[in-house]
Design a protein around this ligand. Structure first.
Ligand code: ZN
Length: 412
């Protein structure tokens, strides 16, 4: 899914004012000052004080050397929840919302997801892949090196498979690692009720998706007026039988049992959680389900933010994602970090963990992605700011000066 074919030889990033290594024992991150890391063939082999790293891996020996004096180095951002493959323009719905229309009213009017479904069904394969590639470029420019992309604007077998192929095509051609999620159960198409459509997802779409062999996760929109907890559970169970790891959209507009489903099916993550109470939180934590919060969605809807502090104050981590889609036009994880701090009172270090290692956890990535520890993929972002705190603190311009994927400079 990545063109990581190019090997990097030795890469050294040195003299960083601050370097974030990975999660600490609390809910924050380990930060080193005047630090460096070295990578060989795409993998981190040393991280620590600049003098120590350069003693073993001198700049003269490096194929790529980056002087990060006065700058801050973070693991590449991992965006674990997007609907980044779509067609069409829904900016008029943004205006309708400003006039007071709710998301659910827009949906009931034939707008929202179903309008994007029409546009995606009409788009060619090449258009779809090109649309996604353009968004991947923007994400990379803002420091994202791994992204999850969902289907769910097809809502029939043929278009859902076409979406997975387009995700694969755009990802194969791009430095950003793209992880595909099948989300046929994103909305109920016109002319069917939720029960009939659930049957079609389970009996028609999932077997075809499994045979195609591209999707890694299966997701469902468990929500009032969309899919019930029972229907969601059935879809995720059958998806798992087909080898797809479950994920779930839960408690966005109402708590209808999505957290219980997440625990029952062993979901990698439960996402949104705007209306999750104490019982739901405990259910997720006990089941080891990573909570993913999407502050851009709350910001865009003018809604209350999810209660990240309730998880964090109890010692549990929180992953962050853009939820990039036509209803939430956000591709920058730095902006998401700002919203997490301002809207959910996450400290800048908690937000950095949310967009790196915690986000990797939401995608079941256990190879060190989201950290710069020894053995991890050398995915890193160099920010033109003096400390890690500035990721949340600044929200006017893009602070990214260099992005490395597997030790190779892919953006500067
Ligand atoms: Zn979503």
């Amino acid at each position: 899914m990545t063109d990581a074919g190019s090997t990097a030889g030795l890469t050294v990033v040195h003299d960083a004012a601050e370097l974030v290594v990975g999660p600490d024992e609390g809910t924050g991150v380990v930060v080193l000052e005047d630090a460096a890391f070295a990578a060989l063939d795409g993998e981190v082999v040393a991280v620590g004080p600049t003098a120590e790293v350069l003693a073993d891996y001198p700049v003269e020996d490096a194929e790529t050397a980056i002087d990060a004096t006065g700058k801050t180095v973070l693991p590449g951002f991992v965006d674990p929840h997007t609907h980044a493959l779509f067609a069409g323009d829904r900016s008029d719905e943004f205006v309708a919302k400003l006039r007071g229309a709710t998301y659910e009213e827009i949906l009931a009017d034939g707008g929202g997801i179903l309008r994007t479904v029409d546009a995606v069904r009409e788009a060619s394969d090449d258009e779809l892949a090109a649309n996604l590639a353009e968004h991947l470029d923007a994400m990379l420019a803002h420091g994202t090196t791994t992204v999850e992309v969902k289907t769910g604007y097809g809502l029939d077998t043929e278009t859902e498979l076409r979406m997975l192929s387009a995700i694969d095509a755009a990802g194969s051609d791009h430095p950003v690692d793209v992880i595909p999620t099948f989300m046929g159960a994103h909305a109920v198409p016109r002319g069917m009720d939720a029960e009939e459509y659930t049957e079609s997802v389970v009996s028609d779409q999932l077997p075809a998706v499994a045979e195609q062999g591209l999707a890694e996760f299966c997701d469902v929109f468990c929500e009032r007026g969309v899919f019930t907890a029972e229907q969601s559970r059935r879809i995720l169970d059958v998806g798992r039988d087909h080898g797809l790891t479950p994920k779930i959209h839960a408690d966005e507009f109402a708590a209808i049992g999505g957290t219980d489903v997440a625990a029952a099916v062993g979901a990698a993550s439960a996402d949104h959680l705007l209306h999750t109470g104490g019982a739901g939180r405990e259910t997720l934590v006990e089941a080891g389900v990573t909570p993913v919060m999407l502050p851009g969605t709350a910001f865009g809807l003018g809604a209350d933010y999810a209660d990240a502090r309730a998880f964090l104050d109890a010692g549990h981590e929180v992953a962050l994602a853009t939820d990039f889609n036509p209803n939430c036009f956000a591709r920058s994880m730095g902006f998401v970090a700002t919203l997490a701090s301002v809207g959910m009172r996450m400290t800048p270090h908690e937000a950095i963990r949310g967009v790196t290692s915690a986000a990797a956890g939401a995608l079941d990535l256990d190879d060190g992605t989201g950290t710069l520890r020894t053995g991890a993929p050398a995915d890193a972002v160099v920010l033109d700011v003096p400390t890690a705190t500035h990721l949340s603190y600044r929200f006017d311009t893009n602070p990214v000066s260099t992005v490395l994927k597997s030790g190779v400079v892919v953006r500067e």
